[in-house]
Ligand binder design. Structure first.
Ligand code: UD1
Ligand code: MG
Length: 408
């Protein structure tokens, strides 16, 4: 194992301890803050329950705050201690800048995410916010790491050479990674525990990946850096999941989705493992691609696409988007045809008063799972989604190791 990792045993132990403390504090703080959220009118209704009680919304901000405090408390350990120990070596200014800018980006994302929860911003802002929040990080990347070269897979090397320098394109790709990570978690949502649960699985998977890299590849400090950011994240997210699990006492809000996505983007970008990171987002990628017709309004998209609760049976059914045939564009009709031919969605046509009415099941992975397994209880559905996420991670590690060794 690399020497820097050997030296990191102390800071890693401190990080673990702080993460555990953050877990305990967040677990206690979330329920005690709930009444404040209700008083401030920050609540939503659980659409999949018979009771209409307000559920405090946006508790991701509490979790994010505890995370930041834990990270601030952690700053001295990897830097000051290493500096004191190493004697005449210069202070690692570059790593310090990177560390602080990463925290700045996450902090900025929590602030903007909370703004979104309070103000309920329109969709176009959701693309701008993560881009803005990722700027400090990209700036730090520009002045320190600067690497914009990617390794070309073996089969393409005769065409492109061993490496390509993407230059500016690499920065655009990193900005888009932040937008994707944040929003893709936010749209795989709507049943108790799913936003937080998927984030916990992704974080745990990246932690496993970082540890494997540190042990087997003798990789640089950025895998360590990724662990420093992800272990406390796991601590606070597990605490939130405890309260957000079925039946949810609190909702995580967009704050949490942004916070989680940005944390992943930060470690992926600075650790230079953006491509591997995306492998852990397989269910989110599938859900995003499947959602594209609704996200781009080719097929009408209702405000909520979460499954439909049937109070008589207590089970969740697929939810539908309903519209008039005339309101659909030509491309919309072609897409509907493809979706129904390949059984990718449930498409129903009926005669209404003024022309044909169309009902199409909302294009989300959650709905698609219900299409396959049939009506299901909410907690079982969340477990199903998390099982898919875990299988995705296992596939990702398989692709990353045996296949990558063949291709790189
Ligand atoms: C995204 C989804 C939307 C989905 C919503 C649910 C897209 C384009 N947008 O919108 O389809 O309905 O998330 O989070 O895919 N809620 C529950 N149970 C839960 C979690 C949330 O009933 O377990 C409801 C509550 O009423 C809560 C609301 O969803 O107040 C939160 O929705 P919000 O995060 O504002 O929705 P979006 O992120 O805009
Ligand atoms: Mg949301």
């Amino acid at each position: 194992m690399a020497n820097e990792v050997g030296n990191a045993a102390g800071p890693l132990a401190c990080n673990l301890l702080l993460s555990f403390l953050a877990f305990l504090i967040a677990k206690r703080l979330i329920p005690s803050m709930s009444s404040h959220f209700i008083r401030a009118k920050l609540f939503g209704r659980d659409l999949n329950k018979t009771s209409n009680d307000p559920v405090p919304e946006g508790l991701g901000v509490v979790c994010g705050t505890v995370y930041l405090v834990a990270m601030f408390a952690f700053i001295p350990f990897p830097f000051l201690f290493a500096w004191l120990q190493s004697g005449p070596h210069p202070f690692p200014h570059e790593q310090f800048v990177v560390f602080l800018s990463a925290l700045l980006s996450i902090c900025c994302m929590i602030l903007l995410g909370f703004g979104d929860d309070v103000l309920d911003l329109p969709w176009r802002h959701r693309l701008i916010l993560p881009t803005v929040a990722s700027l400090p990080l990209l700036m730090a990347y520009l002045v320190t790491i600067q690497r914009t070269i990617i390794v070309v897979p073996l089969p393409l090397r005769f065409l492109l050479g061993n490496n390509i320098d993407l230059g500016l394109l690499y920065y655009i790709y990193m900005g888009m990674l932040a937008v994707f990570c944040t929003n893709s978690i936010n749209i795989l949502a709507g049943i108790n525990g799913v936003e937080c649960g998927q984030s916990v699985v992704i974080a745990a998977s990246v932690v496993i990946f970082n540890i494997m890299e540190l042990i087997f590849q003798e990789a640089g400090w950025f895998h360590l850096f990724s662990l420093y950011f992800l272990i406390p994240f796991l601590g606070v997210s597990l605490a939130l999941l405890h309260h957000n699990w079925y039946p949810s006492a609190v909702f995580v809000g967009d704050t949490f989705c942004y916070f989680a996505g940005m944390t992943f983007a930060v470690v992926g970008i600075l650790g230079h493992f953006g491509k591997t990171l995306l492998l852990f987002f397989l269910p989110q990628i599938v859900n995003f691609l499947y959602s594209v017709p609704q996200l781009f309004k080719i097929i009408p998209c209702p405000r909520h696409r979460l499954p439909k609760f049937h109070p008589e049976s207590g089970l969740l059914h697929m939810s539908y988007s309903q519209f008039k045939s005339n309101d659909l564009s030509r491309i919309g009709h072609i897409l509907l045809h493809i979706l129904s031919t390949f059984h990718l969605a449930d498409v129903q046509r009926g005669k209404g008063e003024d022309g044909t009415e169309i009902r199409v099941s909302n294009l989300t992975l959650i709905n698609f799972v219900i299409k396959i397994v049939g009506p299901i209880r909410e907690d079982k559905l969340t477990k199903c989604m998390l099982a898919i996420q875990i299988l995705g991670s296992a596939a990702a590690l398989f692709i990353r190791y045996p296949l990558a060794w063949t291709f790189y």
